[in-house]
Ligand binder design. Structure first.
Ligand code: SF4
Ligand code: SF4
Length: 486
């Protein structure tokens, strides 16, 4: 029987309550910005996993929906052109991750001619899970909340993981951002149908559309749309940061804890951002690969905060101009939300599959204050949603004591910034954890590569040794070699 609407707001232990600053954007409808003037840039790195390999070269003509970056291996998805036009170049360009990444640059011909075979609807109810996963992979769908994990991989957990809960993440707990909220109220049927497609792949699972209680319009709309649905529930979440973190959502909805170093599937759950679910809907029902995304442009250094629907590859500077341009000199540019987003050195970057927002802060918003000595107040411990000891991890990281950092579960830090937000001493906690995690991860990778090289060398030496040993004579040969007369 369908469960009642999960009205009592659910949440997790820890977390913080920063001002949400959503009033600047939540009331404005999504504006279409679908005819970009500047060249579009498609970096071959837009997901976690192997980067794509360009399938086009300078001078080629491309169509909208054409694969321009080929997936490399299982944990990888293709990249499609979001316009028709001419390939101007294939060269390294500035990426939102701060490095230069091989990218395909396309001059928009503004015709938007499509590749053959687009808009082919799939009758998912008569398809196997493997067939659906193939469509999702070929459509280039990745987690659009920012993590960029290929959706088909998440939807195909190891067979020993019993999945009983699918969560659509509509929390959008980062301040300023309203792209998911606008999507939930402007394209709600696509969210629900996208979830139905996922539930078709997991017949034993229940689906939850999880929304924070500061979005009552989205909650009511979703409840209305899912009335009578046996397997779909609307879950009200307390407005708290980082409520949209996978582990926090799972804790809030199921009461289960994802084990240290584990994945949501270890707790029987799969979590997908609302826009990812709509991308799955579009791939299955509308036959479209992932070529567009919804982006919030906001912050005190933007003339008019807006939420745009744009073609992936669109230049961010152009979008900021479309939002009325810059006011004064931005003191900080962030891709994503203010808590977990990445600081940028330039606006000359493209919108990627995972770009949920671009924030331009003025000096006042960027004020951090000077870092002083830890006063051991313990506020950071109370705020940590993973129940870590940030003050100690900070000490270990500064001492480069990586063994203790690992022992105290520093690798489980989700880099949410809650500890730094509450710290009265303005300790640069999250920064040191990010750096420490990277050093340890690099070290682990090096060790794994060395162990693999040693194992390969050992296997090669054993194979060579086996070749050098003469094969034992066969029984009949021995018989044939027996002296005559015996
Ligand atoms: S909140 Fe800051 S000052 Fe307080 S214990 Fe944590 S690191 Fe130290
Ligand atoms: S940044 Fe890491 S240590 Fe700090 S509160 Fe978030 S999860 Fe805990």
């Amino acid at each position: 029987m369908k469960q009642p609407l999960l009205n009592a707001p659910r949440t997790f232990k820890g977390g913080i309550h920063p001002p949400d600053f959503k009033s600047f954007t939540e009331g404005n409808s999504i504006q279409m910005y679908m005819d970009p003037k500047m060249d579009l840039v498609f970096p071959m790195v837009q997901h976690i996993g192997a980067p794509c390999k360009p399938t086009v070269k300078k001078g080629d003509l491309v169509l909208r929906g054409q694969v321009i970056g080929e997936a490399q291996g299982y944990v990888s998805v293709p990249i499609h052109s979001s316009v028709s036009g001419k390939v101007k170049d294939v060269k390294p360009m500035l990426h939102t991750n701060g490095s230069k990444v091989l990218s395909v640059i396309i001059e928009n011909d503004h015709q938007y001619n499509e590749v053959e075979g687009m808009h082919k609807a799939h009758d998912y109810k008569n398809m196997t899970k493997a067939e659906i996963l193939d469509v999702i992979k070929n459509a280039g769908i990745v987690g659009m909340g920012g993590a960029g994990f290929p959706a088909h991989v998440k939807l195909n957990p190891p067979p020993d993981k019993k999945i009983d809960t699918i969560i659509v993440n509509g929390a959008e707990c980062e301040p300023f951002l309203s792209s998911d909220f606008r999507l939930l109220i402007e394209e709600p049927k696509k969210v629900v149908e996208g979830l139905r497609i996922i539930l078709h792949m997991f017949p034993e699972a229940e689906g939850f559309i999880a929304i924070e209680d500061n979005k009552p319009t989205a909650l009511s709309l979703m409840s209305l749309l899912t009335t009578g649905e046996e397997r779909i529930h609307v879950a009200t979440l307390k407005t708290k940061y980082p409520q949209g973190g996978e582990k926090q959502l799972i804790e809030a909805i199921t009461g289960r804890e994802v084990p240290s170093g584990g994945l949501p599937a270890d707790a029987g759950c799969i979590v997908h951002n609302a826009d990812t679910v709509v991308a799955i809907y579009r791939a299955m029902i509308e036959g479209r690969p992932l070529m567009r995304r919804i982006v919030t442009i906001a912050g005190g250094a933007v003339a008019k905060a807006c939420t745009f629907k744009v073609r992936i590859g669109t230049n961010v500077q152009e979008l900021v101009e479309a939002a009325g341009g810059v006011v004064g000199t931005p003191s900080k540019i962030i891709c994503g939300g203010p808590m977990m987003g990445m600081a940028q050195v330039s606006l000359d970057i493209p919108v990627l599959k995972g770009t949920s927002g671009i924030l331009l802060f003025n000096e006042e918003q960027d004020f951090m204050g000077d870092e002083t000595a830890c006063i051991r107040c313990g506020k950071c411990v109370g705020a940590c949603p993973i129940h870590l000891m940030p003050l100690m991890l900070n000490r270990f990281a500064l001492d480069r004591d990586w063994a203790s950092f690992e022992k105290y579960h520093g690798m489980d830090c989700i880099e949410c910034g809650s500890c730094a937000y509450v710290c009265p001493a303005k300790r640069h906690l999250t920064q040191t954890f990010k750096a420490g995690k990277k050093i340890i991860a690099d070290e682990r990778r090096k060790k794994a590569a060395a162990a693999k090289a040693a194992a390969d060398a050992k296997a090669a030496a054993e194979a060579k040794a086996a070749e050098a040993v003469p094969a034992p004579a066969k029984a009949e040969d021995k018989a044939g070699a027996a002296p005559a007369g015996k």
